[in-house]
Design a protein around this ligand. Structure first.
Ligand SMILES: Cc1ncc(COP(=O)(O)O)c(C=O)c1O
Length: 426
């Protein structure tokens, strides 16, 4: 064995030993805590990242490329363009669709329809690219964008729709595709909460022109921070590689096109468009490759937990409403969201406080009605109708953790605390 391999193995073994001894994220009845998320990564992922550091190949390169290929192949997409976050993926997706080199590009002042229940950085990239967000209400059962509200919102300046698969519950893609085709609208899927989700047998992501995913620490699988744009459009993928990195051709797959076009500029430093720096690191790519084969198993646990929670909690009086799964959808359960029913003898705040007091972390469902967030008042946008269902989610909704480390003991603990609370107040 070479000296290098020997040293490296020592590092790996030490990391493995540390994780074996120090990382135990399962529920402990003596110190009961149920977090919104627990790390999905362990010694294998840490070693993959450390390996990049030891090799000193840390900036975007072969490992990111390999992960892009593996991730795309796993779900049947042609291209993946990895970024440093899901927010960056959303920014890149919108930036490329609004770029003058893109065919039929979105223009400043064009409108894109988004659900009122969405994440901040679903909407911000639209504003950042000079587009006008049009905010429409959700279906109160699935919590996803309501196709009827999209129809209602379409005006002369509407050019696109950007649905969010809320908590991994796929949107009604059949209806969305039909509207987008009939009205000639570009469809961009924000799948940042929907790793491992399918609609009608196909992974969410490329029902439209481009889709985005997040690998943030708390998601179904992680690269710590990280994201990816997926598309079946080769030209769009190539443009995203340019916009992702300074407007540079360095990471393009077909450099020759550009070199032939601009033979007088140093080919190593040829900039053919505007751009950002949204690149991922090699550490992120390496971690992604180790995490990816584990994703389906993690999703399976989340789905089984969700089924259990729905069944057991519906027996605790009639005080809760659960997210309805979309027909034809395969839900990947980013968390377990629910609403306190109207007429329940308690409000969501009291319940959340009680759960938190008992060590069960909770959170609002995404950012509630985005139109009610203060930032929206600073920028031009349009709202359609009163967005009552999204506001309702903000007022009556919450979620608790439903992740790969939630086991039978954790589930029973959550159920017991909710049942005790309900018994006490009713
Ligand atoms: C719907 C949605 N879009 C975008 C993002 C942004 O992803 P990131 O946190 O990786 O920037 C999130 C984050 O969870 C999200 O829930």
């Amino acid at each position: 064995m070479s000296r290098e391999s020997e040293l490296r193995n020592n590092v790996y073994d030490a990391i493995q030993a540390y994780c074996d001894e120090q990382h135990n994220f399962s529920f402990n009845a003596e110190k009961p805590v149920v977090r919104l998320h627990e790390p999905t990564f362990g010694a294998d992922e840490i070693n993959a990242a450390v390996d990049c550091m030891l090799s000193t190949h840390v900036t975007m390169g072969k490992k990111v490329k390999a992960f892009e290929r593996e991730f795309s192949d796993a779900f049947g997409w042609r291209h993946g363009v990895m970024n440093n976050s899901g927010s960056s993926a959303n920014l890149l997706a919108i930036a490329v669709l609004a770029n003058p080199l893109t065919e039929d590009a979105l223009k400043p002042g064009d409108e894109v329809i988004v659900p009122a229940l969405s994440w901040s950085t679903t909407v911000w990239p639209l504003i950042q690219c000079g587009l006008i967000p049009v905010i429409v209400d959700i279906d109160p059962d699935t919590l996803n964008i309501d196709p009827n509200e999209i129809e209602r919102a379409i005006g002369p300046k509407t050019r696109g729709v950007m649905p969010v698969h809320i908590y991994g519950n796929p949107c009604d893609m059949e209806a969305l595709i039909e509207i987008c085709q009939r009205k000639n609208l570009v469809l961009i899927e924000d799948c940042c909460e929907a790793l491992g989700a399918y609609y009608d047998g196909s992974a969410v992501g490329t029902f439209g022109r481009v889709g985005t995913f997040s690998f943030y620490y708390s998601h179904h699988m992680t690269t710590l921070e990280g994201g990816i744009c997926v598309t079946n459009d080769t030209g769009l993928a190539e443009s995203m590689r340019i916009l992702r990195a300074h407007g540079w051709i360095r990471e393009t797959e077909n450099k020759q096109v550009w070199l032939d076009k601009y033979p007088d500029v140093d080919e190593r430093f040829l900039f053919v468009n505007v751009g950002y720096n949204l690149r991922a690191t090699e550490l992120q790519g390496a971690m992604g490759s180790v995490q990816l084969p584990k994703l389906a198993g993690f999703v399976d646990i989340r789905r089984k937990n969700a089924e259990w929670f729905r069944r057991e909690l519906s027996q605790v009086e009639n005080f809760f409403e659960f997210q309805a799964e979309t027909p034809k959808g395969y839900h990947s359960y980013f968390g377990f969201p629910m609403k306190v029913a109207i007429g329940a003898p308690f409000d969501v705040k009291a319940l959340r406080e009680n759960l938190e007091k008992n060590g069960i972390e909770t959170r609002p469902i995404i950012c509630g009605n985005i139109a009610l967030q203060p930032a929206m008042a600073l920028y031009e946008h349009r709202t359609v109708g009163n967005l009552a269902h999204a506001t309702d989610v903000m007022n009556r909704g919450f979620s608790f953790g439903n992740h790969q480390a939630i086991d039978a003991d954790a589930r029973n603990y959550i159920l017991e605390k909710i049942a005790n609370f309900v018994r006490h107040v009713s």
